[in-house]
Design a protein around this ligand. Structure first.
Ligand code: SF4
Ligand code: FE
Length: 492
């Protein structure tokens, strides 16, 4: 067993030469950067919990290739139990971090690649699956993180990859060599890219014969020559750079991360190539990765939702209104919505099936319904949380004001005295605890964590319209018409 601890994972990042830029400057020690470190702590939690006996069943699995115990984030799902445990693990991590813990994109990419490479080889006699298995064994043995990199910049969305004015707007092959390929382009909004040891790159849409140079999939180290990353900023992110601000940050230990990843003529050796021009399989890989990630949201967003609901309930309690029936009813509604999302995550897992490779895939229709609900319910849960919290979550003075000794009152009261007097709640909680829960809610609803809980709920794993297209394809309207005809005794 070679599973890393959280601390070992953090130390493993220090060995990488990943190029990171933020605010127009190169960040040398990005592992300890106050804006980046919370996102690293979040990934570290996927390692920490794997060593706790009470979570071993969810957090670990037995590799179907080596028979060794591995972190579930590197596992290939072998049955529907594995699929369900994946969702439960993600809910647990959402609860423990109240944030996007980033490692699922790699897990979903590994699983999508596993089955797709098998089917490409079946059709074309290529050797991608064996290559991929070797890569997978290395990822399992060394317990590494991969960034599942899918989203290209896309430029003019009405045009295909080969039809763009700038050919680099979809990642492409610029040179084919005996020993590999050279690629150029970028991947946008890459979750956890800086915190990943490897990048597992996939095409972003279905492709045609003219897009052959864009129909590529491969793995490469995150610090490969030619790769660099430009950090994506989040609402209220610079609070993490201030002194005496841990309460103001709202969640000072954990956070998400997205970056623009640029591939500036990166060489990829043959052994790490898993698709090279088989454009007719680009759609399958996209559909499988997106399908897995739409399932994932039925776990991670639910776990974060649990924290939102808990924080809203605490805010109501500290305000002294927890017994009001309207408050109870809002908490019931939030719970109902959150558990509906969880039901979708479990349902698409329970109805999963075995692919030709032996790896299991989710029920695609139910996974798309899951994600479609995710584009809506967290917004309603946040609306109700803001309703319960009251305006204080966005008007509270800074932590430095609560701690200020500056005398401002006629009787010598300090700014701190005044803040503590007027922001008092039910008298049973400290003003500081009340501020902590309000700031946590602000973080989840409007701050750095809102990237993961709100906008990512909308656009992550594909925007709402992408799911509606899949729901239309999978919905079997013709079959339903037959049902209606049968009942109505229509014979034609
Ligand atoms: Fe995992 Fe959710 Fe973050 Fe995706 S959005 S990487 S599923 S925590
Ligand atoms: Fe995501």
């Amino acid at each position: 067993m070679t599973m890393m601890t959280g601390e070992q994972y953090i130390e493993s990042l220090r060995k990488l030469n990943t190029r990171v830029y933020m605010f127009g400057e190169k960040i040398e020690n990005w592992v300890d950067h106050p804006m980046i470190r919370p996102s690293i702590n979040c990934v570290a939690m996927t390692y920490e919990l794997a060593h706790k006996p009470e979570y071993a069943d969810l957090m670990t699995a037995t590799s179907h290739i080596t028979g060794e115990t591995v972190n579930r984030f590197t596992n290939i799902h072998q049955n529907t139990e594995d699929l369900k445990k994946k969702v439960k693990m993600q809910r647990l991590l959402g609860q423990k971090t109240a944030s996007c813990f980033q490692r699922c994109v790699g897990m979903d990419a590994l699983n999508a690649e596993y089955s797709t490479t098998y089917e490409i080889d079946e059709k074309y006699g290529t050797n991608y699956h064996e290559n991929f298995k070797k890569y997978l064994i290395m990822m399992q043995k060394e317990d590494l993180v991969a960034d599942g990199a899918m989203t290209d910049p896309k430029g003019d969305r009405s045009r295909a990859p080969h039809g763009q004015d700038d050919a680099d707007l979809f990642l492409r092959i610029v040179e084919r060599r005996e020993d590999g390929i050279v690629v150029r382009g970028a991947k946008c909004h890459q979750t956890g890219s800086i915190n990943s040891h490897w990048h597992l790159v996939m095409p972003t849409i279905s492709m045609g014969p003219d897009d052959k140079d864009y129909a590529i999939s491969f793995a490469c180290p995150s610090d490969a020559d030619g790769i660099y990353m430009i950090y994506g900023r989040q609402s209220c992110d610079t609070r993490k750079l201030e002194d005496d601000s841990d309460i103001d940050v709202g969640n000072s230990r954990f956070g998400g991360q997205e970056a623009l990843v640029v591939f500036d003529d990166v060489f990829v050796p043959n052994e790490y190539i898993f698709m090279n021009g088989e454009y007719d399989f680009a759609g399958m890989l996209v559909e499988r990765f997106a399908g897995f990630h739409r399932q994932s949201y039925g776990g991670c967003k639910v776990g974060v939702g649990d924290v939102v609901i808990g924080a809203a309930a605490l805010a109501a309690e500290y305000n002294g209104v927890e017994k009001a029936s309207a408050v109870k009813d809002k908490l019931i509604e939030m719970t109902h919505l959150n558990e509906t999302l969880y039901s979708c995550g479990l349902a698409c897992s329970t109805e999963g099936y075995k692919t030709a490779s032996g790896g299991y895939f989710i029920d695609l229709l139910l996974a798309n319904v899951c994600k479609q609900n995710i584009t809506r319910f967290p917004y309603e849960i946040v609306r109700l949380a803001e309703d319960l919290a009251g305006g204080m979550m966005v008007t509270l003075p800074a932590q430095k004001d609560f701690h200020s000794d500056l005398k401002v009152g006629k009787n010598g009261e300090t700014i701190g005295d005044v803040c503590n007097k007027y922001f008092v709640g039910n008298g049973k909680c400290s003003t500081e605890d009340r501020a902590r829960v309000m700031r946590l809610l602000e973080n989840l609803c409007l701050g750095t964590a809102a990237v993961g809980y709100r906008t990512e709920s909308m656009h992550g794993a594909g925007s709402p319209q992408a799911q509606r297209i899949m729901i239309q394809r999978q919905g079997n309207i013709e079959g339903k018409k037959e049902l209606a005809k049968d009942i109505a005794r229509i014979t034609k």
